[in-house]
Write a protein that binds this ligand. Structure first.
Ligand code: S3P
Length: 176
């Protein structure tokens, strides 16, 4: 570990590209990558949609908080989070402790288009997903704003370009 090196913590709505950008950042920095959705899914032994349908959202949120709390601020890493991680105050506090928090942003229409591609977002299984995502974004925007150190607009950008912008924004913040 290089002295002063900090973790890069990716937050933002579903469809923001957190997982793909996280993989690019992992490749570019050589840091380990932790994805809270993957940790939770591995713990339950089933997919995220199955956790929601079998155990409910609250069980998912508990496991998400536990997975996040186990991440150590001393170990520099790329941390990929689920879109709802900011909903809990304790999570927001821990995100800030973990490292530089980067909010990957996009318009609601872009988020919906990207998040609908694989049909694996349980919270979008509603009558009107467009309205759902707009309302979600409206509710969460203040929470993302509260924890973000850096905001990156991902509209019309490739994952590689977003990763490069994230790394450029780290200049002066850490030795990454
Ligand atoms: C959620 C986003 C998902 C996943 C879960 C809940 C949310 O992660 O954690 O379905 O509340 O926005 P992604 O942001 O990776 O889609």
């Amino acid at each position: 570990m290089t002295p002063g090196q900090q973790s890069i913590v990716l937050i933002g709505m579903m469809g923001a590209g957190k997982s793909s950008v996280g993989r690019c950042l992992q490749r570019k920095t050589g840091l380990v990558c932790f994805d809270t959705d993957e940790i939770v899914s591995a713990r339950f032994g089933v997919s995220i949609p199955d956790i929601f349908s079998k155990f409910g959202e609250e069980a998912f949120r508990q496991a998400e908080t536990a997975a996040l709390a186990e991440l150590d601020p001393v170990v520099p890493a790329i941390v990929v989070t689920g879109g709802g991680v900011v909903l809990r105050e304790e999570n927001r506090q821990h995100l800030k402790r973990l490292g530089v928090v980067v909010w990957l942003e996009a318009e609601a229409s872009t988020l919906l288009e990207r998040a609908s591609r694989r049909g694996n977002r349980p919270l979008l299984q509603t009558e009107d997903p467009s309205r759902t995502i707009s309302e979600m974004l409206q509710n969460r925007r203040p929470l993302y704003t509260e924890v973000a150190d850096v905001r990156v607009n991902t509209t019309n950008c490739s994952h590689e370009e977003v990763a490069d912008t994230v790394l450029a924004s780290m200049n002066g913040r850490s030795s990454i």
